[in-house]
Design a protein around this ligand. Structure first.
Ligand SMILES: [Zn+2]
Length: 219
C-alpha cells in the first residue's frame, strides 16, 4: 500500500496543536498527508486577542486560517462541513459512512485521530469514534494503522503510556508557524503561556514539543 497519511480531527487548530510536528516530519519524507477537518470551529469562544472576530465573521476567518495552516504544512485539505459543537449529536453511523467514503478512495496507510473517550471535548470523542468505525468498515487488507491521540489529563493513568512519542523539536518552528496560522485561536492560548512563564519559547516547547499517540488495537 502506498504511504498516505489521513488526519481526522473536528476543529481547525486540532491538527496544529496536536500533530503538526508529526505531519511535517511525514511531509519532509515526501509522504502525502490529507486533513479531513470536521467543522470550522465556528462556535469557538476565542475571537482573537486582541479581539478581531465576532460570531458572524468567525466561520470565514477560521476557514481562511485553516487553509493557511494547511499551506504551511503543505498538505491537502477536505472540509467536511459539520456544525461545530454538534458532532456528538450526529448519527455515529452516518458520520462513519461519510468518513468511510473518503478512506475507501484515499486508501491511507495511516489514520491519525482522537482517542474516543480520552479526548476532552465531545466533538473530539465523537469524531474519533466515527473515524475508527470508518476504518473498521474497510476490508481487513485495506485497513490503515490508526494512531489515536488522547489528550485528557488522566489518560496515562487510564490507558498506560502512549506507544508513540514523537519528539518534534527539530520541526518546532514549523509547528509554531502552523499554530500561528490559526491566529484567532493561537493568540489567546499563547498569551496564557506568556502570562505564566518567563521563558515563553521554553515553556511552549515543554507544552507542545512531544506529540504522542496510541496505536489503536481493536483485537
Ligand atoms: Zn478541537
Amino acid at each position: 500500500m502506498a504511504e498516505h497519511v489521513v488526519v481526522i480531527y473536528p476543529h481547525p487548530d486540532d491538527e496544529a496543536f496536536g500533530a503538526s510536528g508529526t505531519i511535517t516530519t511525514f511531509r519532509q519524507k515526501g509522504i502525502p498527508v490529507t486533513y479531513l477537518c470536521g467543522t470550522l470551529g465556528e462556535m469557538g469562544r476565542n475571537m482573537g486577542n486582541p479581539t478581531f472576530a465576532n460570531r458572524e465573521t468567525l466561520p470565514e476567518i477560521r476557514k481562511k486560517e485553516l487553509i493557511k495552516a494547511c499551506k504551511v504544512m503543505d498538505i491537502q485539505l477536505e472540509m467536511l462541513g459539520y456544525r461545530d459543537k454538534t458532532l456528538e449529536f450526529e448519527s455515529r453511523e452516518e458520520v462513519a459512512n461519510n468518513l468511510y467514503r473518503y478512506l475507501k478512495q484515499m486508501k491511507p496507510s495511516l489514520v491519525i485521530t482522537h482517542y474516543p473517550g480520552h479526548a476532552v471535548h465531545p466533538d473530539h470523542d465523537a469524531f474519533g469514534a466515527a473515524a475508527i468505525r470508518a476504518v473498521e468498515m474497510l476490508p481487513e487488507e485495506d485497513r490503515p494503522t490508526v494512531w489515536a491521540q488522547a489528550i485528557s489529563n488522566t489518560h496515562v493513568e487510564e490507558l498506560g503510556g502512549p506507544d508513540i512519542e514523537n519528539d518534534v523539536s527539530d520541526v518546532f518552528a514549523k509547528k509554531l508557524e502552523t499554530i500561528m496560522a490559526h491566529k484567532s485561536q493561537a493568540d489567546g492560548m499563547l498569551q496564557s503561556v506568556k502570562n505564566e512563564a518567563d521563558d515563553v519559547e521554553a515553556a511552549t516547547r515543554q507544552w507542545l514539543g512531544v506529540e504522542s499517540f496510541y496505536t489503536w488495537n481493536d483485537k
